[in-house]
Design a protein around this ligand. Sequence first.
Ligand SMILES: Cc1cc2nc3c(=O)[nH]c(=O)nc-3n(C[C@H](O)[C@H](O)[C@H](O)COP(=O)(O)OP(=O)(O)OC[C@H]3O[C@@H](n4cnc5c(N)ncnc54)[C@H](O)[C@@H]3O)c2cc1C
Ligand code: FES
Length: 367
Amino acid sequence: MANNINMSATEPFEAEQWQAGEHQLVCVEKWNETHDVMSFRFQGIKPVKFHFKPGQFLTLLLDINGEKIGRSYTISSSPSRPFSVVLTVKQIEGGKVSNYLANHLEVGHVVRALGPDGAFNLIDIAADNYLFLSAGCGITPMYSMSRWLADTQISPDVCFLHSAKSTEDLIFKQSLEQIAERSSQFKLNYILENVDAEPCAHVDQQAGRLSADNLQRLVPDYQSRTVFVCGPEPYMAAVKALLESLNFNMAQFHQESFGSFKGDLAELAAAKESADSVESDDGGFMLRIGDRVRSMSSAQTVLDGVEAEGLPIIAACRSGVCGACKCKVVEGETESSSQMSLTADEIAQGYVLACSTKLKSDVTLEL
Ligand SMILES: Cc1cc2nc3c(=O)[nH]c(=O)nc-3n(C[C@H](O)[C@H](O)[C@H](O)COP(=O)(O)OP(=O)(O)OC[C@H]3O[C@@H](n4cnc5c(N)ncnc54)[C@H](O)[C@@H]3O)c2cc1C
Ligand code: FES
């Protein structure tokens, strides 16, 4: 559960520089963006100057009714306004953390957070011309990027196509429209599944989803742009397939996944069940953690083994993005499908992402 804290308005203002790692943040403001999306502004417990790249995320480490649980959220604010960070969260039906935040995280509560992290940002992927493609809450990284570009007046040419169900679902609408009004280099278009009868600024009057037709019509020079994509998994898969079908140069294609949601809880349950029942006859290996020894099948990840043993580990994205499940291989050989968010030093020391790592020999692990 988040703690409560009283902020003293009389404390002298000495901002420390924020470093990557674990932080305690206090919620100082909370507001609705749309009917199912809420933003939370956080500051350091002591004044902190936040240092992050536009597009990066934090991982909140929460204790909800005794269950340790982590989830990543993109920082939707801009690093050009560095004395607070804003996280913007869509409430997912049945979602543990998004509903906990909306219903129980109040101003004055303190949360633990890891980060900032993420290679999906404007600093590491610099270009002259961008095409931002987002849907739903996938707008958060593009919004941070747009605000940063507007504040710093670094003016690459940006075309922003955001997809949503209707105008009621448009997050950051007013602020994005202000950026578009102020800069001829920033073109904003909304693609809506349900278009109002009254024409609305920036809304493409043809209802539907992103397609070859509206892409070519709204961004005729899209082939020359560096593309950033973020949104629900089906949207991202459809955009990728669309661009591939248009012979887009995929070296200019960058996407951020918010995790593999399709039935992930069911997958987790299945993985746990198979972890519980597995014998060491799958050509598998032994995983040692402290005094626990577990037989693992070749299909299982280190995370499956740790969770099956009931040991404490936080897995926010379960897809090798957030870095929350980092742990150290003390002995043995492993194979990782992602090392995202690990530094070269950490990799050299033997750190792996448990969710993305399988055993290649017997392994001793340190949590
Ligand atoms: C790098 C990164 C950045 C992210 N940034 C943001 C952000 O800026 N804003 C934001 O709102 N979320 C963001 N997410 C997603 C966020 O971390 C959580 O996954 C999300 O809030 C759902 O968590 P939950 O605990 O409420 O749902 P869970 O309890 O994890 O899931 C409940 C059920 O909903 C399904 N589900 C989970 N998430 C979704 C979804 N997005 N759409 C449809 N079904 C879903 C699950 O499969 C499950 O069946 C980000 C994720 C990553 C990895
Ligand atoms: S859970 Fe996010 S990297 Fe493993």
